[in-house]
Design a protein around this ligand. Structure first.
Ligand SMILES: *[C@@H]1O[C@H](CO)[C@@H](O)[C@H](O)[C@H]1NC(C)=O
Ligand SMILES: *[C@@H]1O[C@H](CO)[C@@H](O)[C@H](O)[C@H]1NC(C)=O
Ligand SMILES: *[C@@H]1O[C@H](CO)[C@@H](O)[C@H](O)[C@H]1NC(C)=O
Ligand SMILES: *[C@@H]1O[C@H](CO)[C@@H](O)[C@H](O)[C@H]1NC(C)=O
Ligand SMILES: *[C@@H]1O[C@H](CO)[C@@H](O)[C@H](O)[C@H]1NC(C)=O
Ligand SMILES: *[C@@H]1O[C@H](CO)[C@@H](O)[C@H](O)[C@H]1NC(C)=O
Length: 380
């Protein structure tokens, strides 16, 4: 038997075929599976697995456009959810929150078909005129309704808002835009005067059923509010800071929270997200990477593996650039994917995208193992 880690599988097959390579089934025991087989330290970056490959529409006709050419395999800040018909649906930044659907029931491998968008026209949130290009959708089912929290902003601006659209079916045409949930600007009420209201993540505490919204990007990094029961407004005076990189430019964003076995995990993206130029890349380590901390409470404090608080610059790097993967981020967790947790994200695949163009970023994913309560990614 060859060694079954993602890289070995890749070495055996060309990029074009590794997705169909027959691999051994996971046993549930972390040893011997995924990227870290052959390494003593599952937490080492030498153990990072390759992304699982997804199949789907590959619309490269509009690669020069910020808003077209997205969906299918090309996602940014993806959100994935199981639909009422047993198919998985994905949502992406751009394309008025482009919706794709995996044609194979119960699978996130694909074939991802673009089926439309959440919004028919721009968002009703008109702040700062980013409304025609909502970012970073975060879709969850609560009761019988799907909630999509999206962001309205412009690159480099703190005048931002988080909007909400809801649907009973996830299908294009079924969404109602409720407009703004909350917004940030220099004149807003603290902490909305010092934070950036984008990159929303709804988290409902499985223990207390309390709804929270995690958000933030750069300016003061990641914050959290409690939401009102209808999930359409924040409760003032409930803000807590979850994470802060004190080193300028404080590049943290894209928070995502999940719960597993007594721990709350706060995942986020650190570094420069986009606009990479293959001949002038950010200094190594300054591009996007995926980091995580954990806490016994959804309100924090979150700590990294060294015991450093996330609010004091902590953060365990769980996935970053390696092999043909560059700048992974915009992540989310899919719980109970056939009984397992999955981390999905976007990344630059430097083989298919040697120019590192934003519009060719791919959806990737890996299984999550929790080793001593710390997430480790795995190919299997
Ligand atoms: C992996 O970790 C080692 C040791 O901490 C570090 O020197 C190296 O730069 C890291 N490599 C990547 C690709 O992050
Ligand atoms: C953004 O729009 C909302 C109404 O949708 C308004 O309450 C808020 O003050 C606006 N913020 C800015 C900075 O214009
Ligand atoms: C903030 O207040 C100042 C002074 O009133 C005003 O000039 C500025 O336009 C306001 N900014 C926003 C984003 O509302
Ligand atoms: C934000 O608001 C708080 C409370 O009103 C105020 O003390 C603080 O100076 C403001 N910060 C900025 C950067 O405007
Ligand atoms: C990429 O960087 C190179 C070298 O700095 C520069 O000449 C080129 O214009 C840049 N390309 C873009 C699209 O910004
Ligand atoms: C998508 O299509 C482009 C243009 O045909 C091609 O260069 C690229 O390799 C394709 N991407 C994938 C992942 O197949």
């Amino acid at each position: 038997m060859p060694s079954f880690n993602g890289r070995a599988a890749l070495a055996l097959a060309s990029f074009g075929t590794f997705g169909s390579t027959v691999l051994s089934a996971p046993s549930g025991d972390w040893k011997g599976h995924g990227g870290w087989k052959g390494h003593d330290d599952p937490f080492s970056n030498a153990s990072w697995p390759l992304p699982r490959r997804v199949y789907g529409e590959n619309d490269t006709a509009n690669v020069d456009s910020a808003t077209e050419g997205w969906g299918g395999i090309h996602l940014h800040d993806p959100s994935i959810i199981l639909g009422p018909d047993g198919h998985y649906y994905s949502f992406s930044t751009h394309g008025l929150t482009v919706i794709s659907r995996a044609s194979k029931k119960g699978s996130i491998d694909g074939y991802w078909e673009i089926i439309g968008s959440v919004l028919d026209a721009g968002s009703s949130v008109i702040n700062n005129s980013g409304s025609a290009d909502p970012w970073a959708p975060d879709v969850h089912k609560v009761g019988d309704t799907y909630y999509d929290y999206y962001s309205v902003s412009q690159f480099g601006s703190q005048i931002s808002a988080i909007g909400l659209a809801t649907s009973k079916t996830l299908m294009p045409g079924s969404w109602t835009d409720h407009g703004e949930v909350f917004s940030s600007d220099p004149n807003a009420t603290y902490p909305l005067n010092v934070t950036n209201a984008i990159d929303a993540n709804l988290f409902i505490d499985p223990k207390t059923k309390t709804p929270y919204i995690n958000y933030g990007s750069f300016w003061s990094n990641i914050y959290q509010f409690e939401l009102t029961e209808d999930l359409k407004d924040i409760k003032q005076d409930t803000a807590v800071q979850l994470s802060l990189d004190p080193v300028a430019p404080q590049p943290e964003e894209g928070a995502y929270m999940n719960y597993h076995d007594g721990w709350y995990y706060l995942w986020y993206s650190h570094g420069t997200c986009c606009g990479y130029n293959s001949s002038a890349l950010p200094a190594p380590g300054e591009e996007y990477s995926i980091r995580v901390g954990r806490s016994r409470s959804p309100r924090g404090p979150f700590m990294d593996r060294e015991g450093v608080k996330l609010t004091e610059g902590g953060g365990y790097i769980v996935y970053g650039s390696h092999d043909f993967v560059y700048g992974p981020g915009g992540q989310g967790v899919l719980s109970d994917y056939h009984g397992r947790d999955v981390l999905y994200y976007h990344y630059v695949n430097t083989i298919v995208d040697p120019t590192y163009a934003d519009n060719l970023k791919l959806l990737g994913w890996n299984y999550i193992y929790y080793i001593q309560g710390w997430p480790v990614l795995s190919y299997h």
